[in-house]
Ligand binder design. Structure first.
Ligand code: ADP
Length: 483
């Protein structure tokens, strides 16, 4: 079956329950072949205004529903994602390039947020607080913030949407999603399935188009009360400034530069396996990817050999082929960034022990690469690589590695490997990061609060904290008279 025949396939935008185009469109490409998959509309200011109105019109009816009614819709949506997971994964792999197994994993992960927040919808508890006088009663409730907007990236085309949309809907908000133009088809498929699940018109809208006019219209609107953004730090900072005049509530999940620290007493085989998962998932294009790998001196050589041997086993290929471990990068500029970091690393004394160049497949494939003798003044120590290159730094002691790991403006994820509870406790407490993986390279789950500090953003997604981002506190102060 061709992907165009999938029952959820859409190449129009969903606005107030209607599938719309506007006569202008842009190609959606397969990054593996450069082939045009389809076209999607290029919406701009006027269509964005129309969508804001649709989301505003849907708000009173949606927020008035009982929490268990909203939960029912979310559960139906969750079921549809699971039912169509194989086809959704195929579509995602086509437009994004990631291996099928990873795409399927992402669909299930995306669905898990919907299930989680369907459950959380019913647990948005308020409080009563002892009043400040005999005649006073204080009652606190969480109210939906209102119309929300979400701007999402291409690296996780499904999960970055559901971790915003599910808590928003669970809380009683309506939402407008603008996905990345690289991967709009997964977003539109999610919207089609939400519609099939019976989620009322206007509650969940998806618009595609040029980022700037859409972003400007959403951020300038007084009707939109919340923006949730996942993407690069410069764009996040710009959107944060654009939200200032209307004082919107914001959540930002931005860039990372994750340290991955391996102490001499660690289980080295485990550390290598977890590094493979953390570093090479999605060809290294995740914001929580290990970016700087710090290995203690005594095991440095042994560790690098084991890692290189393991990297040699990784299969580079087309994402939709089941045997592929590493797909193409999303674009030519993504490849150039890896090349630039690598050239800089080699010039500053680094040594490539495996990989090191564009893959023979051509296009935007890059060989999984290990660079040893990496040091602090290399670009790869300072910038997010977002590609399949693993630079190995050597360190002497705890104090030194903590200082180097924290020497970045970012603060999203960090990883540490040790079997000494004292080391684990001291180091994890000293790391200036929102998330720390201890003896694991996989930390993402709907049940934990995902997010960063410093230039990696603010706000949390997932867990019971994730729904707070879509609610505002209101308290009622009662005067109770004696009679
Ligand atoms: P990446 O480097 O991962 O592509 P970006 O921050 O450029 O990260 O993109 C993340 C999301 O932000 C995408 O949906 C993109 O279209 C959108 N975006 C990029 N620039 C702007 C902008 N100026 N205003 C609003 N959205 C933007």
């Amino acid at each position: 079956m061709e992907f165009q025949d999938f029952e959820f396939f859409k190449n129009q935008c969903l606005v107030g329950g209607q599938w719309l185009s506007n006569g202008q469109s842009v190609n959606v490409l397969n990054p593996a072949s450069g082939e045009v998959l389809t076209q999607v509309p290029l919406f701009a200011e006027q269509e964005t205004q129309q969508t804001i109105t649709a989301a505003a019109n849907a708000l009173p009816g949606w927020r008035a529903q009982a929490a268990n009614e909203r939960a029912k819709y979310l559960k139906a949506w969750h079921q549809l994602l699971i039912k169509h997971s194989e086809q959704l994964a195929y579509l995602m792999s086509l437009e994004q390039g990631k291996p099928l197994a990873e795409a399927l994993g992402e669909i299930k992960y995306a669905a898990s947020y919907i299930e989680w927040f369907a459950e959380e919808a019913r647990r948005v508890y308020g409080q009563t607080i002892p009043g400040h006088g005999r005649d006073k009663r204080i009652v606190v409730s969480h109210e939906p913030v209102g119309v929300c907007a979400a701007i999402t990236p291409w690296n996780f085309p499904a999960a970055m949407i559901t971790r915003k949309v599910a808590p928003a809907l669970a809380a009683g908000c309506t939402i407008i999603v603008k996905p990345a133009l690289e991967t709009p088809l997964t977003a539109l498929a999610l919207a089609a399935l939400a519609q099939q699940a019976g989620i009322p018109d206007g509650v969940f809208n998806v618009i595609t188009g040029n980022a700037e006019p859409i972003g400007e219209t959403l951020t300038a609107s007084t009707v939109v009360r919340k923006l949730s953004f996942t993407g690069s730090t410069p764009v996040g900072a710009k959107l944060m400034a654009a939200c200032a005049p209307t004082v919107k509530k914001i959540s930002l999940e931005l860039g990372g530069n994750a340290p991955f620290i391996v102490f001499e007493d660690a289980d080295i085989n485990l550390a290598v396996e977890e590094l493979i998962k953390s570093k090479f998932r999605n060809a290294g294009q995740t914001c929580i990817c290990a970016n700087r790998i710090y290995v203690q001196q005594g095991i440095y050589q042994h560790f690098s050999k084991l890692l290189a041997a393991r990297v040699a086993e990784l299969n580079v290929g087309v994402g939709t082929e089941p045997s592929t471990d590493i797909g193409p990068l999303i674009s030519e500029s993504a490849v150039q960034k890896v090349e630039q970091q690598l050239a800089d690393g080699v010039e500053k004394g680094g040594q490539v022990i495996i990989g090191g160049k564009r893959h023979a497949l051509g296009g935007t494939w890059f060989e999984p690469t290990v660079l040893i003798n990496a040091c602090e003044d290399m670009l790869c120590a300072k910038q997010e690589t977002f590609g399949p290159m693993a630079p190995l730094f050597s360190f002497e002691n705890e104090e030194q590695v903590i200082a180097e790991a924290n020497n970045t403006e970012f603060g999203l994820a960090a990883y540490l490997f040790s079997n000494n509870v004292n080391v684990i406790t001291r180091v994890s407490e000293a790391l200036e990061y929102g998330m720390v993986g201890i003896n694991t390279g996989v930390i993402s789950t709907a049940v934990a609060p995902f997010g960063g500090i410093k230039a990696s953003g603010s706000g949390r997604e997932g867990s019971h904290f994730g729904i707070d981002e879509y609610t505002e506190l209101k308290y009622l102060c009662y005067h109770i008279s004696d009679q």
